[in-house]
Design a protein around this ligand. Structure first.
Ligand code: GTP
Ligand code: MG
Length: 311
């Protein structure tokens, strides 16, 4: 994809050239092409070079790097500037544990997070936003009839990738932002599960707006994920997903692991003094435990402290 290409440049179909060896091309990659780049029907170009990636968003199937699943690492997308964490306010219910994982992945990959709360027509955002009060996390609220100007302004000039559970409304939103995208949209079952309607990631150029100059940006729709495995993130980097806790750790003893078993971990006092939400500390510690294989693999994204846990 070519963020600097004009809107009238042709869409080129290309395949990987053999000389790329085992290097895989992912959505968002900027590539060098040879052959027929006219974009004419039936024309096929070859990808001969992959440019150095500015950012790489990864996830693993599991958290535990000692298992085969935990080592199975997937590059979700290359060169994204912004991670749009899409969470429905209902149907399926929000899971702050999942959002916390996405935040860790975003900060680890040096991609800015944006919280996108959909289905605001079905439930209010207070509980979720209350959980992130100390974070100054940028967010947008989406309902079927909402004006998308604020979101468009946040997407302008950047490459944004949407991630979220199945059925939260990623493709619905992409279709509103890019009407000619015609992304298939699924239904949500009675138990609040999506049907994994989208099966591959697709990057789309956002249309220019009459009242805004400059590059409107790109949006990448991705298939719904059940969880966001973080085996590739070091224990130290996990903490960067919790900027509301980082400051406290300067008072920790040397080599403090920040687990609940650490007698002198400064995080406990920090939370006791009301400097951060105890649910955030619990979420961080659950991630730490999950990475060492102690977590519950069935529901890794659910926080017991979740505003809507169990619903
Ligand atoms: N009430 C309400 N329903 C919505 C909203 N946005 C999406 N939906 C519905 O949610 C269902 C799932 O939407 P999709 O856009 O397919 O969800 P997705 O996130 O792309 O799902 P996957 O492709 O499976 O990952 C559809 O029935 C949509 O009509 C919203 O803001 N409000
Ligand atoms: Mg979809």
């Amino acid at each position: 994809m070519f963020p600097d290409a004009g809107p009238d440049d042709p869409t080129v179909t290309a395949m990987r050239a053999r000389e790329l060896g085992r290097k895989s091309v992912v959505v968002g990659d900027r590539v060098g092409l040879v052959g027929d780049t006219s974009g004419a029907p039936g024309a096929l170009a070859r990808i001969v070079r992959i440019a150095e990636r500015r950012s790489v968003l990864r996830r693993t199937a599991e958290d535990d790097a000692t298992t085969a699943e935990g080592r199975l690492e997937r590059v979700v997308v290359a060169n994204a500037d912004q991670l749009v964490i899409v969470s429905a306010l209902a149907d399926p219910p929000p899971r702050t544990g999942f959002i916390d994982r996405c935040l860790v992945a975003a900060y680890d990959a040096d991609i800015e997070p944006l919280l996108c709360l959909t289905k605001a027509d079905l439930a209010g955002p207070e509980a979720v936003l209350g959980y992130y009060t100390e974070l100054e996390l940028p967010y947008v609220l989406i309902r079927p009839d909402s004006d998308l100007a604020a979101l468009r302004a946040l997407l302008a000039g950047r490459v944004s990738v949407m991630v979220g559970h199945s059925g939260v409304g990623k493709s619905t939103l992409v279709n509103r932002l890019v009407p000619e995208a015609e992304r298939a949209v699924g239904t949500v079952s009675a138990i609040g599960r999506g049907r994994h309607t989208s099966t591959s990631a697709v990057a789309l150029r956002l249309p220019p707006q009459p009242d805004a100059d400059g590059d409107p940006g790109w949006i990448i729709d991705t298939p719904g994920v059940r969880s966001f495995g973080l085996a590739h993130v070091s224990a130290e980097s996990l903490l960067h997903g919790f900027p509301d806790l980082v400051e406290a750790t300067v008072d920790c003893p040397a080599n403090c692991q920040h687990t609940a078993e650490e007698a002198d971990c400064a995080l406990d006092a920090w939370v006791a003094r009301g400097k951060a939400d105890p649910r955030r500390l619990a979420s961080y510690r659950r991630l730490l435990a999950s990475r060492s294989g102690e977590g519950d693999p069935r529901e890794p994204e659910r926080n017991p402290g979740d505003p809507l846990a169990g619903s």
